[in-house]
Design a binder for this molecule. Structure first.
Ligand code: PAF
Length: 276
């Protein structure tokens, strides 16, 4: 696997290869990222991954400084997963001057995750467009654990007419159901034992929604939320939404997704579950 830290060097490499499938990451890689890297092979002969912890998508007081970074270990995992090139730009390569030009995603950016983390999706969209410009991929793969991010990147790509296929890959879970996430590394052993409750709560809520019907969503959400908070979680949101636009479902809505973000101690976990 080739590794590049400078944009010019990467661009030179890019000129020599054909179709590229791209996996953007912030590093601290786990099986979820590696599943994206392996799936990428189906979309192109050359697979490129990036590792870049993007300051723009972190709010004040969030975990930018303590976000786990281990580029050597990440490189080894990506090479093992069959990635051809790693683009891990230094911060001043991607942001050589203060970034004053941003991608402003559609209103969906202000819901749920965006309401809890103002400016987050503007930072994500801006860096993803920059990475797309650098990597020039034909396909890009994202994890569906970050459901709203995946939706917004699809929207951005479509509305800005980028010739890139956006692929969403199912969440990879630990055997006890916990969605894999780089932030799981922050959990103490006791918190790690408690963490699968988030997925269990989503699964139970899904069963309840299917049984009671969409009209009861608000009541069922509230019960689920109280049950989590009663066990020491601090729920930011736990809600049933329409898959198409993440709005509150109407009685006629059929395609639903349950999305949640909740804090366990100092760690904020997110997860989601589609309702079939
Ligand atoms: O999902 C992530 O890891 C990040 O938000 C992304 C897409 C790499 C942009 O920094």
């Amino acid at each position: 696997m080739r590794a590049f830290h400078r944009l010019d060097d990467f661009r030179q490499y890019r000129q020599g290869v054909g179709r590229v499938a791209f996996v953007p990451t912030m590093g601290s890689l786990h099986e979820g990222h590696l599943a994206l890297a392996r799936a990428a092979r189906e979309y192109a002969d050359t697979v490129v991954a990036s590792v870049f912890v993007n300051r723009l998508q972190f709010g004040p007081g969030e975990d930018f400084d303590r976000y786990p970074r281990d580029l050597r270990a990440d490189g080894e995992k990506l090479a093992e997963a069959g990635v051809d090139a790693l683009f891990a730009p230094d911060e001043d390569e991607l942001y050589p001057e203060p970034q004053t030009c941003f991608v402003d995603p559609p209103d969906l950016q202000h819901l749920l995750e965006g309401a809890c983390r103002p400016g987050h999706f503007r930072g994500v969209a801006t860096v993803v467009l920059k990475l797309f410009n650098a990597v020039q991929p034909q396909a890009a793969l994202f994890g569906r654990k970050d459901y709203q991010q995946w939706m917004l990147i699809r929207l951005m790509t479509r509305q800005l007419a980028l010739p890139i296929e956006i692929v969403g890959i199912q969440t990879v879970r630990a055997p006890d159901g916990l969605a894999l996430s780089s932030r799981n590394a922050y959990l103490s052993p006791a918190e790690r034992a408690e963490a699968p409750r988030l997925y269990r709560t989503l699964s139970e809520l899904r069963v309840a929604v299917l049984r009671e019907g969409v009209a009861c969503c608000a009541m069922l959400e509230e019960e689920a939320r109280q049950s989590l908070d009663g066990r020491g979680w601090k729920t930011d949101y736990l809600t049933v939404r329409q898959r198409a636009d993440l709005q509150t479902p109407s009685p006629a809505s059929r395609e639903l997704v349950i999305l949640a973000a909740a804090r366990l101690g100092a760690t904020r976990l997110i997860d989601n579950l589609e309702v079939e």
